[in-house]
Design a protein around this ligand. Structure first.
Ligand SMILES: [Zn+2]
Length: 259
């Protein structure tokens, strides 16, 4: 089978090479500006390598906080950058165009795990379990792209995030970023080149299939701010609540929502 030529990239900041603290992931701090710069360089290196390898179209979706974290002028202009969020057809992402495969860059581990700046969607959620397993964002993204038959082929983030991705997406190619030794001991240029090479290699990954988890789904969310915050949400959305926890049950498979 020939390598994929139409790629969607979901890009986050926490697992990129310039984000070394919570402050750097926050909005409008000096550290955040530096992190955005390095994230843009990560993306540029990957995107250029993919185009050099024969990829025809690349769409990058910025998925950190506001959705505006990249310097477009630093990124290969052949790629299309989508900033901000879209209501549909895929919630948050918008139109995946004709992408065949998706790559996840700069990702982080799930809420409730010990990865680098681990969270799922928001740090207000201390822990999120679905069917008694921690839910990482890759599952949400990959499942929402499945009705378009888009295959999750590549993932990069901290080692814990990579482990979580590999546990749910069979055969996905993972490339870790190890931040345990601090930014002063991290060679971003070397890491970035290896990241780009690994991404290119994943273009031949035809083993992964669209991620379509079967229901029913039983989700338990623990709010970091405790019982009062959980009660507010539960009242607003008519969820079941017990202490700091909210429970949501969905008896149907994910694709039934779309079909
Ligand atoms: Zn983020």
């Amino acid at each position: 089978m020939s390598p994929y030529t139409r790629i969607l990239i979901i890009a986050d900041l926490e697992g990129s090479s310039g984000c070394w603290s919570y402050t750097a992931s926050a909005f409008l701090t000096d550290e955040w500006c530096q992190a955005c710069l390095e994230m843009s360089r990560d993306l540029n290196r990957v995107v250029s390598a993919l185009f050099d390898a024969g990829v025809k179209t690349i769409t990058i979706k910025d998925f950190h906080r506001s959705g505006y974290n990249m310097f477009p002028e630093l990124i290969d202009s052949r790629a299309a950058l989508i900033s901000g969020y879209r209501r549909g057809p895929i919630f948050g992402i918008g139109n995946p165009q004709d992408a065949e495969a998706v790559m996840f860059l700069g990702m982080h581990a799930a809420s409730g795990s010990d990865g680098f700046l681990a969270h799922t969607l928001t740090s207000r959620i201390a822990r999120l379990e679905v069917n008694h397993r921690l839910l990482a964002e890759i599952e949400l993204f990959a499942a929402s792209l499945a009705p378009w038959k888009i295959r999750p082929i590549f993932f990069s983030g901290c080692p814990v995030a990579c482990k979580q991705a590999a546990a749910v997406i069979e055969n996905i190619n993972c490339f870790p970023i190890d931040k345990s030794r601090g930014p002063e001991n991290f060679d971003s240029s070397t890491w970035r080149s290896a990241l780009a090479q690994a991404a290119v290699k994943s273009l031949a990954n035809h083993k992964t299939i669209p991620y379509e988890p079967a229901g029913p789904f039983n989700a338990t969310l623990t709010m970091r701010e405790g019982k009062a915050a959980a009660a507010r949400l539960a009242r607003r959305w008519k969820f079941e609540q017990a202490g700091a926890q909210i429970r949501i049950q969905a008896p149907i498979c994910s694709n039934c929502i779309w079909n």
